[in-house]
Ligand binder design. Structure first.
Ligand code: GDP
Length: 593
């Protein structure tokens, strides 16, 4: 592939704004699929859980042939626990597609991912999608996007972003909001004419930066990234420059490029190509694969430190083993170690007991997704209350602090600041954009963030966006942090479900649920405040999907066999309790001493 015919882009969007449909259509219309080869697997988001939670967990590669161009598209997660991954992907591409719903306009994840893109000096192509919707308001949405660019500090070049109007559903696009062309031509053309081709030199000594990891039983660990310089060949000996600064030799067993949704074996690749490499054991994110004659490392990529840990334990309750397919410590261990192959932000430590493992990660969502995936795969296990990871530095105990960036509507600002005050956050900065939006910056003990997301979304009625990253270790904040926890607690018995509402400060019933959460049949939902630590007022809930409120003694019928936010359940664990996870349910149980 000629370099000038190559385009590397990332695709970013708020959940449901249509990036999967868009990539499917781009694939179909480009003829990258042969005719008999239907799009069976949806292009992105293949993991059920990702779809339900509205996030993409693993970035996936798609490659599209358009005319004589090759367009590599990298899917990007939209959630703050995966901020490090988004940053890495931004460094791997030369352009970004920002997909925005023509009716909904800019949403929290739009902002989160756009900020990352702008910080990486990208000028996204804005795709106003779902233009076919009867209530579409494309012009207003473009204005909103422009405001958002300004608010996020875009430079003059970035403010010149190109706009394409599209209906991924119909497979149409246009530069004119009033009139759609028959196909995706306008979008393809905007991509190839606005996004630069890679400019790196194939003549220089090889450099390849490992940006993402994949895993396959037969091939082992697979390193995905971009060739930054030079040429790489199958069978070649290379230098691997480790994160610790060491250099070791390795052989490139297999090299892959991407065609459509598939990985295909290739003989060689050159500067600018996005490829996958198999056969280098223990290869890790951020390491450079280089010319052994002239090994030069690229700047090491940042990996977010784990700040939260939980114990994963074989289920030893008297009720164990009834529902799970995988219940032994051997299976548990195997599964956790497999996860380590692709997830750099995760850590697994053995304990004195072969039945227990300490699993550390970036946040509740990060660990929650792992648990939920295991549950769906048939695992039965116990998990403990999540705890922040304390370190001993210079003889004294320190705990992790996070940098927290919040964007909130002005009217919610007071409530947000108050809630963070009880969680021992220290405000560092405040910018009032004058358009009803305020940005606040805090330093907060990581433990203060446990369970905060639910409360935050409630306080901002879903309009706030929070983004946190590890800051530093600092003095122990003490156990008073956490303030009033709100959320839901789940247990399960039979078809009728009961909602335990907490009278605490005010009885707001089930409206504490994160917007869009669903409850599945057989769950008992409860809520309490940590401050008072008592459960009051049992009520039954009435309606099921997208519950916004429910009152005392209301009754609900449950329909959707889906689980909602496990991390919300986890935050309700007391020290003397554990959470029993099985394919059928999640229960809180008292520890048996
Ligand atoms: P993702 O979460 O960004 O990957 O979004 P999806 O591609 O899964 O789309 C979410 C929903 O929006 C699906 O029900 C799609 O059928 C629908 N959708 C996607 N694109 C369009 C569009 O252009 N017009 C309309 N009306 N619906 C669309």
């Amino acid at each position: 592939q000629a370099r000038e015919k190559l385009r590397n882009i990332a695709i970013i969007a708020h959940v449901d704004h249509g990036k999967t449909t868009l990539v499917d259509k781009l694939l179909q219309q480009s003829g990258t699929f042969r005719e008999h080869e239907a799009v069976q697997e949806r292009a992105m988001d293949s993991n059920d859980l990702e779809r339900e939670r509205g996030i993409t967990i693993l970035a996936k590669n798609t490659a599209i042939n358009y005319k004589d161009y090759l367009i590599n598209i990298v899917d990007t997660p939209g959630h703050a626990d995966f901020g490090g991954e988004v940053e890495r992907i931004m460094k791997m591409v030369d352009g970004v597609l920002l997909v925005v719903d023509a009716f909904e306009g800019c949403m929290p994840q739009t902002k989160f991912v756009l900020r990352k893109a702008l910080e990486s000096n990208q000028t996204p192509i804005v795709v106003v999608n779902k233009i076919d919707r009867p209530n579409a308001r494309p012009q207003e949405v473009v204005d909103e996007v422009l405001d958002l660019f300004i608010e996020l500090g875009a430079n003059d070049d970035q403010l010149e972003f190109p706009v394409v109007y599209a209906s991924a559903l119909m497979g149409t696009s246009s530069l004119d909001p009033e009139k759609q062309d028959e196909n995706m031509e306008a979008l393809y053309e905007t991509i190839v004419s606005n996004i630069p081709s890679p400019t790196e030199d194939v003549e220089q000594p090889l450099q390849f930066l490992v940006t993402l990891l994949d895993y396959n039983e037969y091939l082992g660990r697979i390193a995905v990234g971009r060739v930054n310089r030079g040429i790489i060949k199958q069978g070649q000996t290379v230098a691997v420059m480790t994160r610790e600064g060491g250099t070791k030799q390795a052989r490139i067993e297999k090299l892959f490029g991407f065609v459509g949704l598939k990985r295909v074996e290739i003989e060689e690749a050159g500067a600018g190509d996005i490829i996958a490499i198999a056969g280098i054991r223990e290869i890790n994110i951020g390491e450079t694969i280089a010319d052994p004659q002239k090994p030069e490392a690229l700047p090491v990529l940042k990996i977010d430190e784990p700040t939260l840990q939980m114990t994963f334990l074989v289920n030893n309750s008297p009720f164990a083993g009834r529902e799970g397919k995988w219940v032994t410590s051997r299976k548990l261990r195997e599964r956790l170690y497999k996860e380590l192959e692709t997830d750099v932000a995760l850590r697994v430590d053995e304990t004195d007991s072969p039945d227990a493992f300490i699993v550390s990660g970036r946040g509740e969502l990060h660990l929650g997704i792992l648990i939920e995936n295991m549950r769906r795969e048939g695992f039965e296990l116990q998990v403990s209350k999540p705890e922040v990871i304390i370190k001993e530095i210079d003889g004294s105990k320190k705990e992790p602090y996070e940098r927290l960036l919040i964007d909130t509507p002005e009217e919610s600002m007071g409530a947000v600041m108050e809630s963070l005050g009880t969680r021992k956050a220290e405000m560092l900065n405040m910018i009032n954009h004058g358009n009803g939006q305020v940005r606040l910056e805090f330093r907060i003990p990581a433990r203060g963030l446990i369970g905060y997301r639910t409360q935050f979304l409630t306080l901002t009625r879903g309009y706030g966006i929070m983004n946190n990253a590890f800051d530093s270790y600092g003095p122990l904040a003490g156990t008073g942090v956490g303030g009033r926890h709100q959320g839901v607690l789940v247990a399960s018995e039979n078809g009728t479900s009961t909602f335990y509402g907490m009278m605490g400060v005010e009885d707001r019933g089930i409206q504490f649920l994160e917007p869009g959460t669903e409850i599945y049949e057989g769950m008992i939902v409860g809520e309490h405040t940590r401050e008072n630590d008592i459960i009051v007022n049992i009520c039954k809930v009435k309606q099921l999907n997208n519950i916004r409120s429910a009152g005392k003694d209301d009754t609900v019928t449950l329909k959707s066999p889906r689980l909602f936010s496990l991390e919300q359940a986890l935050e309700y664990l007391n020290d003397d309790e554990y959470c029993e996870i099985t394919p059928k349910s999640i229960r809180l149980r008292k520890k048996i001493l």
